[in-house]
Design a protein around this ligand. Structure first.
Ligand code: C2E
Ligand code: CA
Ligand code: CA
Ligand code: CA
Length: 274
């Protein structure tokens, strides 16, 4: 039994070693890739739940890795977290997005902003300069932030959001319902939209229905009080779309309306009459 135990440890050790090597490899690759063109923005449509009319897109980061293929953020975002590498990657993505906006088209594009950006004092200025240089319309760019980023340093977050907003860049609160949801703070921030986390949208059908309905109802009540709209995330089926609509949610995003793709959707989506 003792030998078997040792073997198990040996296997565990080996697995940990491999994981460590994988992460180191990826970090080295990440550093190299920043100077290349491996990072691309994928765009996922955001629509009105009622008629599926297109209102905008969310830009989502993808990495075309030479050996590993197309990587999703959760496969590498943790890797550069300590070194600030991901923030550099974000700027590459924002540059692509403002170029896309400068090409024309309609609707907004939202980008994800990590809490770390919020801690740097020149984030807003740098973003506004980038928009300006690209000749993009700032009103068509939105930022998505989480509550953590807001509550970390409230005065700084307020300053940043006000600066951006005064230039036309609106903010929407991401993954809403999963964080502190510190309601007492929320009314102080200039927030345009709440994005209802996909876990609650997924829960709207099936066993967890009562709990998810209760959460979404609470979020809708809050949004109503603040006079802002909501976007349901991760809408995958008709039942979820209908449930969200009935609960008062205006907009939606998810595979039901479109997967993230390398091009922004240009034509209006199919209109459903119902
Ligand atoms: P998020 O901001 O909550 O983005 C939504 C995620 O849900 C995306 O995953 C999207 O592909 C996925 N999704 C969309 N519709 C559906 C659906 O119907 N069903 C399901 N199951 N999933 C759906 P993705 O692209 O893998 O991104 C994961 C997370 O990585 C994002 O979560 C965001 O927090 C982060 N992220 C993505 N792009 C960036 C970026 O450019 N910069 C930074 N800092 N973070 C990013
Ligand atoms: Ca997001
Ligand atoms: Ca989200
Ligand atoms: Ca998320």
């Amino acid at each position: 039994a003792k030998a078997a135990g040792r073997d198990r440890w040996a296997v565990f050790d080996e697995a940990m070693r491999e994981e460590a090597v994988r992460i180191l490899d990826l970090e080295a690759d990440l550093r190299r890739a920043i100077n290349g063109d491996g990072f691309v923005a994928f765009y996922q449509p955001i629509v009105r739940l009622g008629d599926r009319g297109l209102i905008g897109h969310e830009a989502l980061l993808r990495w075309h890795h030479d050996q590993r293929g197309l990587l999703l953020p959760n496969e590498f975002i943790g890797v550069g977290a300590d070194s600030g590498l991901i923030e550099e990657v974000d700027w590459l993505l924002y540059a692509q997005v403002v170029e896309e906006l400068a090409r024309g088209g309609e609707g907004y594009i939202s980008v994800n902003v990590s809490p770390r950006h919020f801690r740097s004092s020149d984030f807003a200025d740098r973003l506004l300069r980038m928009i300006d240089r690209a000749g993009a319309d700032p009103h068509r760019l939105r930022i998505e932030i989480t509550e953590v980023a807001l509550l970390d340093d409230v005065p700084r977050a307020l300053r940043m959001l006000r600066t951006l907003r005064s230039h036309g860049v609106l903010a929407q609160l991401d993954d809403f319902g999963t964080g502190f949801s510190a309601l007492s703070y929320l009314h102080r921030f200039p927030i345009e939209c709440l994005k209802i986390d996909q876990s609650f949208v997924a829960g709207l059908v099936g066993e967890t229905q009562p709990e998810s309905v209760a959460v979404v109802r609470a979020i809708q009540a809050l949004a109503g009080t603040l006079g802002i709209h909501t976007i349901g995330e991760g809408v995958e089926n008709e039942a979820q779309r209908t449930a969200l609509r009935e609960l008062g949610c205006t907009y939606g995003q998810g595979y039901l309306f479109g997967h993230p793709a390398e091009r922004v959707q240009v034509r209006p989506l199919q209109v459903v009459t119902r």
